[in-house]
Design a protein around this ligand. Structure first.
Ligand code: ADP
Length: 367
């Protein structure tokens, strides 16, 4: 078991264009850290540098107390699970799972013990004699996990392991990985572009963009206190509603003036927006923080917004309302029984204690 740390690590595939741009991070012993971000942001490259599959252009990487910059992949005591499973098609499940141990000349009995144990954990004990083509996608991914488990590595590295599975299997395997993690008590670094996987699996999440770390925190902090507009809009589904407008002050009150409506800013945020009075900012509000006024017992006019309801989308457990203020489109996620009239104006209530303000230039959260 081990911690992993990166100090100012960069990767240039082409001169002048960093794929990974001087990132520093620390993964605690037994922690499950998720690297998340859009395609091309440098997640896989970061993971592959930790694995030793990609050379580092600059910086330092430690696994445990060992500086591993010059240690080849096979000696780093890590195991990696890939998106495409990377199983040998001509080998059985048993042979695939035991391959690494046989290569390292483990005794036959020990190999057998470890493979059977891992196969039990993963529920593939009855499939040890099959070849990969006789398995479903989910089963193949279990074999790939099994091959990693039998090694008993210090660190597990996962590169989009669930991306090739259908939606249902992905949800199932996500829970399996969660259980596996509880059972194995090892350090995990997990790369995904899927924010739901990131939120549900990670003890901490690192959100990346253009080779840089945008924010590193536990899932709820990332969701409730995003560092900038990018993090706010990357995490959460449907994505956070963003509206451009101006901060104004009337008597002792501060408002966000969107152009078509004005909403009062809560007192706790006054100190944040003080220096933005008269300036353009971006306000972010999540769809679950907007309510149909009919269902709110006491709503102040100062947090009520009139908007046209363009589409009503019932999802069973909840309803999405697609709204338009005349200047901005936004989505509200309301209770299953809300059925407002389409193409009519309706009154919405904004929970102003939950909104975020972003600087228009830097796009950083205003605090
Ligand atoms: P992610 O995993 O977040 O999708 P990657 O780490 O794969 O992103 O890629 C980061 C950037 O580096 C991308 O712009 C990608 O095109 C580039 N890149 C990745 N691998 C190579 C490579 N082997 N050669 C050249 N460029 C690469």
């Amino acid at each position: 078991m081990a911690q992993v740390s990166l100090k100012d690590v960069s990767k240039f595939y082409r001169a002048g264009v960093p794929a990974v741009d001087s990132i520093s991070l620390g993964v605690e012993n037994k922690e499950f850290l998720v690297l998340v971000g859009p395609s091309g942001c440098g997640k896989s490259t970061t993971l592959r540098m930790i694995a030793g599959l990609e050379e580092i252009s600059s910086g330092k990487i430690w696994i445990g107390n060992t500086l591993v910059n010059d240690i080849p992949a096979k000696d780093r005591d890590i195991a990696m699970v890939f998106q495409n499973y990377s199983l040998y098609p001509h080998m059985t499940v048993f042979e695939n799972m035991s391959f690494g141990l046989r290569l390292r000349k483990y005794p036959k009995q020990e190999i057998e013990r470890r493979v059977v144990e891992a196969a039990e954990i993963l529920g593939i004990r009855s499939m040890l004699d099959r070849r990969p083509r006789q398995l479903s996608g989910g089963e193949r991914q279990r074999v790939a996990l099994g091959r990693a488990i039998v090694r008993k590595p210090q660190v597990f590295l996962f590169d989009e392991p669930l991306s090739n599975l259908d939606a249902k299997m992905r949800v199932q395997m996500r829970t399996e990985i969660h259980k596996l993690r509880m059972r194995l008590q090892t350090t995990f670094i997990y790369v995904t572009h899927d924010q739901v996987e990131a939120m549900t699996l990670g003890d901490r999440i690192i959100v990346m963009r253009d080779g840089k770390i945008q924010q590193c925190a536990d899932p709820m902090t990332i969701y409730d206190k995003p560092a900038n507009k990018f993090v706010a809009s990357f995490i959460g589904s449907p994505p956070i509603n963003l509206m451009q407008g101006r901060i104004i002050k009337k008597e002792r009150k501060y408002f966000f003036d969107e152009g078509k409506f004005q909403v009062k800013i809560v007192e706790e945020m006054h100190k944040d927006v003080l220096s933005y009075v008269g300036k353009e900012v971006i306000m972010g509000i999540r769809s679950e923080d907007i309510y149909d006024k009919l269902f709110v017992s006491e709503a102040s006019l100062e947090t009520t917004v009139r908007a046209a309801c363009e589409v009503v989308e019932p999802l069973g457990s909840e309803v999405y309302l697609y709204l338009n203020s005349g200047k901005n489109s936004f989505i509200a996620r309301v209770g299953a029984h809300n059925r407002p009239d389409v193409n009519k104006d309706m009154d919405l209530v904004f929970d102003m204690s939950k909104v975020h303000f972003f600087d228009r230039e830097t796009e950083n959260t205003i605090i």
